[in-house]
Structures are given as structure tokens and as C-alpha cells.
Design a protein around this ligand. Structure first.
Ligand code: WTA
Length: 649
């Protein structure tokens, strides 16, 4: 975020205390929870763990062998059991666990009892294919209830799932399967997105042609033969339909009593190199963290209809579409498609139709809605809403106020929740019945979380890097197959502090104001991408010699992707080549990474030691006066680049 926007942020003086009616009914009313948790951090988390089911209790809450944590050591539990079976002896049995809306408009309602049956049958199906505890299963699916079913089935038998976002390309899927060495891939014959079919099965076929570990491909029928050119091709011996697999499977499948540290899932996320990292999450601690934060932050009540708009392909979907709400016995809504299909008011139509009461989305979406205008939400009854949430990027005060007034009708608190794929669950957020809100601030660390802001030396300061001082239950347990990278990325800048990669300011009230990434990780419309990954994709093209990618500030998307490219030998930077390169990135990563702008250049600005000076490129792209160029090998390169960039706009 640019410096003057930041200054404006810190001058933000509006305060929104919890409305009286909200506070009176809130799950947490007593501000002393912070002190109590600080006094006995482990006891605090243990309290939540005791509200869940354990086949065998833990012997030790935390074993901390820096940087490797184990939580609820020696305990045996099952996350799917806690999400499902635990509720079956209560009136929740016949309550909706999942409400689903397809993009073309169909609805489905699965009660806790029905969802349990589906999960058991699919778990038995997986077992019949030889999948067991410790195996990996890749899920490349649209947003349909079967995705949640498959995740819960894996959790039930102790197999780790690796969900790959349906917007990733065949090659991205292939690389993630190669890294995880999954035995089974679960996909679908397609999914609906903006009125078109996403060809998941055909991508899966391309990927699996190069991934020898995959023995079986299970295909969920979402589209059917009518929409396209007949049924998707199935490879005999390898591919089988979901329905055929579960047909005749028993309705019951005992949940495995798993070790608390059993790997629950891998989720690949972008870091500062070209290769995505397989973030490891395990069972017991993650479960407790998701349960506690959902209950306290989203303040769920029995009658709530809760909707988190994230795709399950990202961590927000894992923790706050599936696991957190189901642990809490809530009704979680899943929507398959785009926010602007068939009209720009689709989200508001869904809120009205299902009487959504708790709504959780990303600032990029809020900014798009602002642009589309107030009259769209005004066309719908949004009076069922009582709490709003935001996640994924800093929310600018203007968007916050719009969200509060136009969507929340001025009566709904907003929980701005800060966290990461690596943290597993929210670490910084208001508690909506207690915390006075300041637009643009994620407010305070959750009770039991020791977040701090430090300078280069690791000293506590008011402006610097956000770090976490002590382990928390849902923290990542490592990077799959690469413990060295885990140490290097998160634990090398400070030997005993978890480094988040985010810049942060802390105000006089101790409130945290997140300022975005300090490394080369971008947020593009809420999707996490690395500049290096996009650079590698560009350099992979035979005509490209070198590429530098930066994120340029964008009003709606947060970052727009701008690439500076030098070509090999005689290659010419034509508009056709520009399109070809964009297409190449889409093929390597997916359309979410398509560069918004590509500028061809004979040279890239570098320091004398040969490092590309991205800061200068960012200055050029954002039209700022050029910063210090004294360390530059070729100052003239920059001046001419700047002129050419301005001409190209
Ligand atoms: C950013 C998403 C400001 C941050 C859950 C973090 C935020 C990265 C917020 C993780 C927030 C997430 N305010 N910034 N409320 N929430 N971020 O792994 O830069 O996709 O490091 O996890 O998103 O992105 P990830």
C-alpha cells in the first residue's frame, strides 16, 4: 500500500462499538478473555479441545521443538467425526449442514445425517480403491457439495487431501500431483463459471498423463452430456464415475481414531520462488483452532445461515466453508459460480433467497460491488444479515464503510480477519461482541495469539513486520518434502519468531493495521500468486530471455500483474507475441495469473550485482517519480523504460 494511503489510514478516526443488541447475544461478552488466555495460553486452547470429541485424550498440550510444533500430543481424534457424528445425537441431525446453490440456479440441502451418509459411502469407496491412512488424494473440483464430501471422507479414513483450485491449469495440477505423489485424483466432468463449463476432466487427463502416482481418477457428474458434446471420455481401468464407486457402499464407515498429528491436508500456496509450497496441516490442533475461531469470531448461533464466499480451493474455503462451520454445527452455504452471473447482483439474490445471516467475503469483491453501484444490493432484502466479515487483503476504509452501510444497513459489525494459508485459522480479528471497530484495522490478536510488530532486529516497535511469538494450534507443520525451505522461509529472518511476510503498524490502542506483503507475493483479486512463479512461466516460453513481474496497485483487484520482458535474439515484441505470452502464462498457471500488461524491453534495470530492481519497475508502472537509481548499473535503461511505459499506456 502506498505511503499516503497509509497516512490516511492511520488518521482514520471513526469508531464503531458493538451495537447493544448484538453485544447482549454475543458468544463472547467478557473482555477479560484476553487476559485469561494470556495468563494460561495452553489452558485456553485446551478448553476448546475439551468441547470436542477425542477417542483418547492428549498427554501433553504442546511440544515445541522450534520450529516444529505438535499439539495435543498423544491424543486420538477424527476431524470428520467432530464435524458430523458428534452432532447426530442432537437436534442438529436434521438441520441443514450444507446449502448449495449451483450457478445455473439449482439448490440442494444436505442435513447433517445426509452429509454423514454421503461421506461414509465415499470413504468406503476410497477404501475399496486401496486408499488408507497416510495416502494423499488430490481434489480438483468445482464448488459442489461432493468436494466437501470428498474432503471429509479423506479426513475420516486418515488420508490427506490436496485440493487444487479449479481455476489452475493442467500443468499446475500436474506439478501439485507430482509433489504430493497422490494415489487418487477426484475431479468432475466440469463446473459452471460465468455461464461456461470449466473443462476440469480434460485438464485432469492432460495432467494425469504425466503423473505415474495416480492409480484412479474418480469423476463426479456435474454437467452431464446435455450441455456439451456428450459425456467426457473415460479411460478404462483408470477412470470411474463417482456414482458407480459409491453405489452399493455401506452407509456407515467408522471414523479412524487418528493421531492428533496425523497429516490432514496439503495445500499448495505461492511463495517467493517459482515453485509452490505444499503447506502441511495436521489434525488435532487445526481442528481446535478452526473450531474456536469460528465460534468466537463468527459468533454462530443455531439458527444462523452462514456464507463464506471463498472457493474451497483456497485456505479460506478449507477452514471457513467446510471445517470451522461444520465443527460448530452450523449451516454453511456453498455457491458454485461467479458473483456477476447472470447479473451483478447474484450474491445479494442468494443472501435474500437463503436468508443469510453471517456473510464473509474479500475486499476485492466489495470493491467490485461498490463499482457496480448501490442500486443492486438495494433491490434485495438483506435484513437477515447480522454480521459481516472480510479476509484476504487489507480493506480500505472507504470499502469498509460502504460494506457497513450498504450491505450491513449500519447494524452489522464487520470482522476483518487476518490470517494465512500457513496459519490455518484466523490470528487477528475483532471479537464482534467486544471489540470497537476501526475501519481498515483487523484490530487485535485473537486471545491466546502472541502477535507482535518488530523491526529488522526483532525488537517490538510500532511499525515494521508482523511476527508471531509463540506457536498456535493450527500453525503449519512444515512444507511437504522440504523441511529446509520451511526453516528458511519462516524462521530464518528471526531465529525464534514466525515471520509472516506482512508489514504492519500498531496504533496507540494496540490495534493492528495490516499493510500488505513485504515480499514478492501478490494478491490478485484475492488469489495468492508469486511474481517469481509468473516470471518462470514467461521464461519458459522459447522467445523469452528474461522477465520481471511486479504487482501494480489496482483499485479493485488490489494488484494488477505487470510483466517486463526481454526477448531472445531476433524475436520481435509484437502485439501477437504479447497475447501469446499471456496465453502461455495461462497454460502454465491458470487464467488467474494472466498478466494485465506486458512491456517488451531491451534490458531490465539491475543492480551492479545483477539483481533486478523491482522497486524501480513498480515506480515506473505506478507512474511515480523514480527513486534512488545510484546503485543501478545502467541508469539510462530506467529512464527509457519509464518513457516507453508511459507511451504504451
Ligand atoms: C493477506 C488468506 C490484511 C496477508 C486467508 C497475508 C490480509 C496473505 C488479511 C495470506 C486481512 C489476509 N488484512 N491482509 N484481513 N487477510 N491478508 O495464504 O498479506 O491466501 O499474508 O490466506 O493475505 O494469503 P492466503
Amino acid at each position: 500500500m502506498v505511503e499516503n494511503a497509509l497516512e490516511a489510514l492511520l488518521k482514520e478516526e471513526r469508531r464503531f462499538p458493538p451495537p447493544k443488541r448484538f453485544r447482549e447475544r454475543a458468544n463472547v461478552k467478557d473482555p477479560s478473555v484476553y487476559e485469561q488466555a494470556a495468563k494460561d495460553r495452553l489452558g485456553f486452547w485446551e478448553g476448546f479441545a475439551r468441547e470436542l470429541h477425542w477417542f483418547k485424550p492428549w498427554d501433553e498440550v504442546l511440544r515445541w521443538d522450534l520450529p516444529f510444533a505438535q499439539w495435543f500430543v498423544g491424543g486420538r481424534t477424527n476431524l470428520a467425526y467432530n464435524c458430523l457424528d458428534r452432532h447426530l445425537a442432537t437436534p442438529r441431525r436434521d438441520k441443514a449442514a450444507i446449502l448449495w446453490e449451483g450457478e445455473p440456479g439449482e439448490s440442494r440441502r444436505l442435513t447433517y445425517a445426509e452429509l454423514t451418509r454421503e461421506v461414509c459411502r465415499f470413504a468406503n469407496g476410497l477404501k475399496s480403491l486401496g486408499v488408507g491412512t497416510g495416502d494423499r488424494v488430490t481434489l480438483y473440483m468445482p464448488m459442489v457439495p461432493e468436494l466437501a464430501v470428498a474432503m471429509l471422507a479423506c479426513a475420516r479414513i486418515g488420508a490427506a487431501h490436496s485440493v487444487v483450485f479449479g481455476g489452475f491449469s493442467a500443468e499446475a495440477l500436474r506439478d501439485r500431483i507430482l509433489d504430493s505423489q497422490s494415489k487418487v485424483l477426484v475431479t468432475a466432468d466440469g463446473g459452471w463459471r460465468r455461464g461456461a463449463v470449466v473443462p476440469l476432466k480434460s485438464n485432469a487427463d492432460q495432467a494425469v498423463a504425466e503423473t505415474p502416482s495416480i492409480e484412479k481418477v474418480i469423476v463426479c457428474r456435474r454437467i452431464g452430456p446435455s450441455a456439451g458434446s456428450g459425456e467426457v471420455p473415460m479411460k478404462p481401468g483408470r477412470d470411474l464415475w463417482w456414482d458407480d464407486l459409491v453405489k452399493g457402499q455401506p452407509d456407515r464407515c467408522e471414523a479412524e481414531p487418528l493421531d492428533s498429528e496425523q497429516m490432514l491436508y496439503l495445500l499448495y500456496t505461492s511463495g517467493t520462488t517459482g515453485k509452490p509450497k505444499g503447506i502441511i496441516h495436521t489434525t488435532g490442533g487445526y481442528m481446535v483452532g478452526c473450531y474456536a475461531t469460528t465460534k468466537w469470531i463468527f459468533d454462530l448461533k443455531e439458527e444462523d445461515v452462514y456464507w463464506c464466499t471463498a472457493d474451497i480451493g483456497w485456505v479460506t474455503g478449507h477452514s471457513y466453508v467446510v471445517y470451522g462451520p461444520l465443527l460448530d454445527g452450523a449451516t454453511t452455504l456453498m455457491y458454485e459460480g461467479a458473483p456477476n452471473h447472470p447479473g451483478n447482483d447474484r450474491f445479494w439474490a442468494i443472501v435474500e433467497k437463503y436468508r443469510v445471516s453471517v456473510f464473509y467475503t474479500a475486499p476485492t469483491a466489495i470493491r467490485a460491488f461498490m463499482k457496480w453501484g448501490e442500486e443492486l444490493p438495494r433491490r434485495h432484502q438483506l435484513t437477515s444479515l447480522r454480521l459481516l466479515g472480510s479476509v484476504g487483503e487489507p480493506i480500505n476504509p472507504e470499502a469498509w464503510i460502504w460494506y457497513h452501510q450498504v450491505i450491513g444497513g449500519g447494524r452489522c459489525p464487520i470482522v476483518d480477519t487476518w490470517w494465512q494459508t500457513e496459519t490455518g485459522h484466523v490470528l487477528i480479528s475483532p471479537l464482534p461482541g467486544i471489540t470497537p471497530l476501526k475501519p481498515g484495522s483487523a484490530t487485535r490478536p485473537f486471545p491466546g495469539i502472541e502477535a507482535d510488530v518488530v523491526n529488522e532486529k526483532g525488537e517490538s516497535v510500532d511499525s515494521g513486520y508482523l511476527v508471531i511469538r509463540s506457536p498456535w494450534p493450527g500453525m503449519l507443520r512444515g512444507i511437504y518434502g522440504d523441511p529446509q525451505r520451511y526453516r528458511q522461509v519462516y524462521w530464518s529472518r528471526y531465529p525464534n519468531l514466525y515471520f509472516t511476510g506482512d508489514g504492519c503498524k500498531r496504533d496507540a490502542d494496540g490495534f493492528f493495521w495490516l499493510l500488505g506483503r513485504v515480499d514478492d507475493v501478490l494478491k490478485v483479486s484475492g488469489h495468492r500468486l508469486s511474481t517469481m512463479e509468473i516470471e518462470s512461466a514467461l521464461v519458459d516460453h522459447p522467445k523469452v530471455a528474461e522477465a520481471a513481474v511486479i504487482g501494480k496497485h489496482d483499485e479493485i483487484k488490489e494488484n494488477a500483474v505487470v510483466a517486463f520482458v526481454t526477448l531472445k535474439g531476433s524475436a520481435e515484441g509484437t502485439p501477437a507475441l504479447r497475447d501469446e505470452l499471456k496465453g502461455h502464462v495461462v497454460k502454465k498457471i491458470g487464467s488467474i495469473a494472466r498478466p494485465d500488461e506486458i512491456l517488451f524491453t531491451a534490458e531490465l534495470p539491475k543492480t551492479r550485482s545483477g539483481k533486478i530492481m523491482r522497486r524501480l519497475l513498480r515506480d515506473i508502472a505506478e507512474g511515480r517519480a523514480l527513486g534512488d537509481t545510484t546503485t543501478l548499473a545502467e541508469a539510462a535503461v530506467v529512464q527509457s523504460l519509464k518513457e516507453r511505459y508511459e507511451e504504451s499506456e
